[in-house]
Design a protein around this ligand. Structure first.
Ligand code: PHE
Length: 357
């Protein structure tokens, strides 16, 4: 066999071996075996000295051609392997875009916040703006200026959490915090005098939402922390009819047009006359249950015409001005609206309850 035949033989073996490689690693060792420094094709160049002179150029050219052809074939084969490797990786980490998405749980607004926002929207329709007054309040605003002097028996209506004024975190921003006694507001009514003193001599139509605190026993229908939304309108010719109309309109929009409202006469030191507003207990359909104390009605608001003493304390001359005020509980209306059996669920942080709304 001539050296030329040997060369062709090596070429064929190399091609067959290249075809047989199945991985990038196998390709590398193939390259070493045939085209490396001691590879079979490389070694062929050494045979050139054994050839007669006239054959040497042809042999050299053939070896070079074979080397180039094999390098090109190697590159092509490498591309095939790389593509296969990439396809395998993609298949292993494949994302099935047809699968349904995993739900993200971003949480949602607390039932009380939802109710508050509904209340704001309803009163906004009737021209009431939102005014915010402080939770930590002066005794004077919570009681005295609302016509409830110290030792007045009406103070018994609001069992109070008193605030230690020496605590730096509480007295900040409350004027007269040193001499005057501080408390957690027992109702949102103290905001009435704050708004009047700020707005005089403008007519007023505001709601004052906020948390109230009472040192009371916790039961199915009363918590010691709860929200109220106070309403206050002060003007030249405001009458009881305006008050009742406003509350009726509120009840229709909040509970639905079929809802009934009942007004009873009542007593609050800061309104004269005073009323209480009830609505049907939707929990029992009026038959009577624990929540409505077996009356079929549930109290939703205290209200009345602003007492002349309070108007005066706010700077409005009661001979020229009149006004109405009301105070809604926020949790209790939701009790009947959503048929919640116990007010303690609101701030019990039980997600099984909260997630229902
Ligand atoms: N502040 C009263 C309460 O908490 C409710 C009320 C507000 C009554 C405004 C009359 C007028 O019980």
């Amino acid at each position: 066999m001539s050296l030329f035949d040997d060369l062709e033989q090596v070429y064929q073996t190399a091609q067959a071996a290249l075809e047989a490689t199945e991985s990038v690693a196998a390709l590398e060792s193939w390259h070493a075996d045939y085209l490396g420094r001691k590879g079979a094709v490389t070694l062929q160049t050494r045979s050139v000295g054994q050839l007669p002179k006239e054959d040497r150029p042809a042999f050299g050219q053939r070896v070079n051609a074979i080397k180039q052809a094999l390098e090109a074939a190697h590159e092509a084969r490498a591309r095939v392997h790389k593509r296969a490797a990439l396809a395998a990786t993609l298949a292993a980490g494949a994302v099935d875009v047809t699968l349904p998405g995993r739900p993200v749980a971003p949480g949602h607004l607390h039932l009380t916040t939802q109710s508050l926002r509904q209340l704001y929207a309803i009163f906004a329709q009737m021209g009431f703006e939102v005014y915010e007054a402080p939770d930590v309040e002066l005794e004077a605003y919570n009681f005295d200026l609302l016509n409830i002097p110290a030792y007045h028996p009406a103070r018994d209506m609001w069992d109070t959490f008193w605030v230690d004024p020496s605590s730096p975190s509480t007295s900040e921003g409350i004027e007269g915090g040193d001499e005057a006694r501080l408390l957690l507001r027992t109702h949102t009514s103290p905001g009435q005098v704050r708004v009047m003193r700020e707005r005089y001599p403008e007519p007023i139509r505001v709601i004052l939402p906020g948390k109230c605190y009472r040192y009371e026993q916790i039961t199915a229908r009363s918590e010691h922390q709860f929200y109220q939304v106070e309403g206050l309108a002060v003007g030249r010719d405001i009458t009881m009819t305006d008050l009742i109309g406003t509350i009726k309109q509120f009840a229709r929009l909040f509970y639905g047009p079929e809802n009934d409202v009942r007004v009873r006469s009542s007593y609050f030191p800061f309104t004269e006359p005073s009323i209480e507003v009830d609505t049907n207990c939707t929990l029992c359909g009026g038959k009577g249950c624990r929540i409505c104390k077996y009356t079929g009605w549930i109290e939703i608001a205290g209200a009345g015409m602003v007492h002349p003493v309070v108007l005066d304390n706010g700077g409005y001359n009661p001979a020229e001005w009149s006004g109405f005020a009301f105070g809604f509980g926020v949790e209790r209306p939701s009790l009947t609206k959503y048929n919640v059996a116990d007010i303690r669920y609101f701030y019990g942080n039980d997600l099984r309850f909260l997630r229902q709304f």
